[in-house]
Ligand binder design. Structure first.
Ligand SMILES: Cc1cc2nc3c(=O)[nH]c(=O)nc-3n(C[C@H](O)[C@H](O)[C@H](O)COP(=O)(O)O)c2cc1C
Length: 351
């Protein structure tokens, strides 16, 4: 049965537990190990190549090996997690990496069918029984379904404000999370801890998520402005510049049509800055022409990432982007967000 206290198996972590999103291609071993060494849980984003994932895990493993044993006690697993996008992977390809590195957490997202998580969970538990399985989803029905078929150790409820891919039919965490808490409890799954993601970028968001019933929070967009993230400088500059997240970003399936036909499962779309490709789409330009212009521009040195909403390439980020204005080390982000949350909760407790 899932342990509702995440600190039981992540003993180095401090409350409130802050987790970086496993942003494939952006969150590597340097970011994940820094987040873990700051008392959070670092996640590495896995994409197609299991060789790339191995090298990022090795980077994290060597950074963590040099940490003091009191900072990170030996727990029998590697104290970082790995995110896997299940629709692009075969279980058999991912299992050897999981068996060899034994990450503390395996994060699953974007299954073709929700029932696919059942096989993923049982196979992962077979090769690495100590690894915990966290699954991200974007609506209450999916959370209940996953709880029934895959017995996850935690569920991350991803709200509609999230950057990157997510459920096309979702809600903001302010209603999504409490409804998921109530529904899971009513159906006998109160023991599964819930995490919150989507639009959380500072201590105010973390405090709100905790009040809604989350045991921990996951931030993606905030870590796009970290020193350790792997991101093109023009992409990061656009993130720093964007203000008014509901205006500056948009959820659309268009972003998955830019390179070629969309390969994502039907339930998903994604949130990006409102780049030129989207503006063309909204004003009626055909997809073939949008694709042609996009694929031409991404060959340039800036890879199609420009500030001032002038680029054509997708810049995945959430509505919280308007609150992200400077690049900091992952440690500064984790520690300042944790401290801010504690101050807010202490102030609120006086009410
Ligand atoms: C650039 C970017 C890439 C992402 N890539 C992944 C991914 O590979 N796998 C995944 O499970 N989620 C991915 N996500 C979504 C995150 O898991 C998370 O839900 C999201 O970042 C939370 O919202 P926020 O960006 O407002 O913090 C990505 C998000 C961003 C911004």
């Amino acid at each position: 049965m899932a342990d509702s206290n995440l600190q039981t198996y992540l003993p180095w972590t401090q409350k409130p537990l802050i987790v970086n999103a496993p942003m494939a291609g952006y969150a590597g071993g340097a970011l994940a190990s820094s987040v873990t060494l700051s008392g959070g849980l670092g996640l590495i984003g896995g994409l197609f190549s299991m060789e790339d994932l191995r090298s990022e895990l090795s980077i994290a493993a060597s950074a963590l090996a040099s940490a003091s044993k009191t900072d990170i006690p030996a727990i029998g697993t590697l104290p970082v997690g790995v995110g896997l996008l299940t629709f692009v992977l075969k279980i058999a390809d991912a299992l050897p990496v999981i068996r060899d590195f034994k990450p503390a957490v395996i994060w699953l997202f974007a299954a073709k069918e929700l029932d696919d998580y059942k096989d993923w969970a049982s196979e992962i538990r077979r090769v690495s029984p100590e690894s915990k399985i966290w699954i991200q989803c974007g609506n209450v029905g999916a959370a209940l379904h996953i709880a029934k078929v895959a017995a996850p150790d935690a569920l991350c409820m991803q709200g509609a404000d999230a950057g990157g891919h997510g459920y096309e039919k979702s809600a903001g965490i302010i209603s999504l999370l409490p409804e998921a808490v109530d529904t899971l409890a009513a159906e006998g799954f109160a023991h599964i801890p819930l995490l919150a993601s989507g639009g959380i970028v500072d201590g105010r968001g973390v405090a709100a998520a905790l009040a809604l019933g989350a045991k921990s929070v996951v931030m993606g967009t905030r870590f796009l402005a970290s020193e350790e993230v792997v991101v093109h400088p023009a992409y990061q500059a656009a993130v720093l510049e964007a203000r008014d997240g509901g205006q500056a970003t948009k959820r659309s399936k268009l972003f998955d049509e830019l390179k070629g036909p969309n390969v994502w499962p039907e339930a998903y779309d994604g949130r990006s800055l409102v780049v030129k490709s989207y503006k063309d789409y909204a004003s009626g330009v055909g997809i073939e022409e949008i694709r042609r212009l996009h694929n031409e521009e991404v060959l340039g040195e800036d890879k199609g990432f420009k500030s001032g909403f002038q680029g054509r390439a997708t810049i995945w980020c959430g509505t919280g982007v308007g609150l992200v204005g400077k690049v900091q080390s992952a440690r500064d982000i984790v520690e300042s967000v944790r401290e801010e949350t504690r101050e807010i909760l202490s102030e609120l407790s006086k009410l």
